[in-house]
Design a protein around this ligand. Structure first.
Ligand code: FAD
Ligand code: NAP
Length: 491
């Protein structure tokens, strides 16, 4: 009987007829047909894991390999979701169950497009599912955008959440007023993290350098600026309520911005109605005695500024640092969700030392041979089937654009998996020929000196982070560099 060791570290024994038996450490055996469909998924965020989960559940013969550029899995669940929202990160338990299935393998530290090409993956697998998310961001496109003190929310979030590429950001928090452009949930995450009491943050998995910088922060006022009006804010009610109740802060709204809004509410859908009612209450209703006391003692404030578009970031006298933001005053054309912001000739200048642009993430092309729609910044597809590219599929934010919560991403990833399964079933995707899967990719990576991080390697990182966190009363203390992650994973 011939044995071989898989990339995952598992030893398998050949029983002939393309059937191999896994001998797991607990003595349990499970059989794997190497003739089954070989699928690879690029990216280990929610889209990658939910696509893999659905495929594995639906087809007992499929092998799914997940390639991830970082040594650690879970994408924005680790590097996006706010540290004070630990309950959201419970999806990691489901992803872990998927990764531990015998027919799923995780290969971290493999950057597709750099360490391994799309062509090589397509040769090795029957199907490739692209789930590499939205790693870029929309830019304001205004003069002064590159001054010190201007950051994208993507980088700012990456900094407080320990994304290795954002480690050096070290934002200067020595000013009193920060402006956040955009009124979506990411904008509210950033506002909350800037203003939350450090006592609250220190119990979360926020990184140690971010906690230290926020403890020294002088930022006491955050303005959340939208190009449209109160009826078009993109955040949701739970996140707005968290702002309203944030200890040590008080809201600062302009009552005139809400003229006519209550009257417009009768025609809007329930979630929007409830959200707007909370905005109206916060802006217009006199607070009760207890709330008034709370507001009186607050040392920090936040507020929404509506119908403003950025025109220019103005520098201080040194010419290098942000001193203010010049904004156009907009009028709205149309009504409801579809209302359009139109610039007027009126302008205003808001002094501020920090500008965080939170106007959306953006997917980037991975390979010239993979179709990409630059206007929508997505891979064009029909229910997850990449247009005019048989064998290629897409899921997650790369498929839909950078909106939607984890549950939305889950449903759309299941749809992509269904399309793939349908194509295997109908013969539109030929899975009758044998494909080498990870065997050939491993050989190529070996030649290139790339050593993938397996899921059990990640578990070593996880243990070290949890242990370090426990020592300081946090759920985890994240490792901040790829080098340290690799070192721990190989210990
Ligand atoms: P991602 O999660 O970004 O995963 C993509 C993965 O692909 C990453 O791991 C990346 O490293 C990897 N990758 C990229 N390029 C390559 C490559 N070349 N080779 C290999 N791998 C690659 N939703 C909620 O429900 N609740 C929340 O509280 C919440 N908070 C959020 C906070 C922020 C700041 C953001 C931006 C989003 C938040 N969301 C939240 C939305 C949620 O994160 C997304 O719906 C979801 O992560 C999208 O999944 P994805 O797999 O498409 O992308
Ligand atoms: P988003 O919800 O799409 O919000 C983007 C904001 O930027 C909107 O206010 C938008 O205004 C504005 N904007 C876009 N382009 C602009 C431009 N050119 N100029 C000025 N303003 C512009 O995106 P997001 O906040 O990045 O969030 C992404 C997704 O992740 C969302 O689905 C969100 O719900 C989810 N998320 C969820 C949570 C949570 O559940 N707690 C936390 C974070 C993120 P317009 O409406 O006028 O375009």
């Amino acid at each position: 009987m011939r044995a071989r060791t898989l990339l995952s570290g598992l030893k398998v024994w050949n029983l002939g007829k393309n059937t191999w038996v896994n001998r797991l450490s607990n003595g349990v055996s499970s059989s794997v047909s190497t003739h089954g469909p070989q699928v690879c998924v690029v990216g280990s965020g929610p889209a990658g894991f939910y696509t893999a989960q659905h495929l594995i559940k639906a087809r007992p013969d499929v092998q799914v390999d997940i390639y991830e550029q970082l040594p650690v899995p879970f994408g924005l669940v680790r590097f996006g979701v706010a540290p004070d929202h630990p309950e959201v990160k419970n999806v990691i338990n489901t992803f872990t169950q998927t990764a531990k299935q015998s027919r799923c393998a995780f290969y971290g530290n493999v950057n597709v497009g750099k360490d391994i090409s799309m062509e090589e993956l397509r040769q090795a697998y029957h199907a490739v599912v692209l789930s590499y998310g939205a790693e870029g961001n929309r830019t304001m496109g205004v003069p002064g955008e590159h001054l010190d003190g201007v950051y994208s929310a993507k980088d700012f979030v990456g900094w407080y959440n320990g994304l290795p590429s954002c480690r050096q950001l070290s934002p200067d928090l020595s000013c009193d007023t920060a402006v956040i452009l955009g009124q979506g949930n990411v904008a509210l995450d950033v506002a909350r993290i800037l203003l939350a009491p450090v006592q609250m943050l220190k119990k979360t998995d926020i990184t140690a350098p971010a906690l230290e910088a926020l403890a020294e922060s002088r930022v006491s006022r955050v303005l959340i600026v939208g190009r449209r009006g109160p009826l078009q804010v993109a955040c949701t009610i739970k996140e707005l309520r968290e702002m309203v109740n944030l200890p040590g802060t008080k809201p600062e709204m302009v009552a005139a911005d809400f003229e006519g809004i209550a009257e417009a509410l009768k025609d809007v859908a329930r979630p929007r109605k409830r959200l707007t009612e909370l905005l109206l209450k916060t802006a217009l209703e006199p607070p009760g005695e207890k709330e008034q006391q709370r507001r009186n003692s607050a040392r920090r404030s936040w507020g929404f500024l509506f119908c403003r578009s950025p025109l220019e970031v103005l520098p201080d006298p040194s010419g290098t640092r942000t001193a203010a933001l010049r904004l156009a005053v907009n009028k709205l054309e149309g009504s409801g969700e579809g209302a359009r912001a139109v610039l007027t000739t009126e302008e205003e200048v808001v002094p501020c030392g920090l500008v965080i642009s939170s106007i959306g993430y953006k997917s980037l092309p991975i390979d010239p041979a993979v179709p990409f729609d630059p206007s929508k910044a997505i891979i064009p597809n029909d229910m997850g089937r990449v247009t005019q590219a048989p064998g290629l599929y897409v899921s997650g934010w790369l498929k839909t654009g950078p909106t939607g919560v984890i549950a939305t991403t889950m449903n759309s990833s299941f749809d992509t998996a269904r399309s793939l399964l349908e194509d295997m079933g109908s013969g539109a995707l030929d899975v009758s020929t044998r494909k080498p899967g990870s065997d050939s990719i491993q050989a190529l990576l070996d030649q290139r000196g790339i050593k993938p991080v397996t899921f059990s390697d990640w578990e070593k990182i996880d243990q070290v982070e949890s242990r370090r966190g426990e020592a300081v009363g946090k759920p985890r203390e994240k490792l901040l560099t790829v080098e340290e992650m690799l070192e721990v994973s190989r210990a």
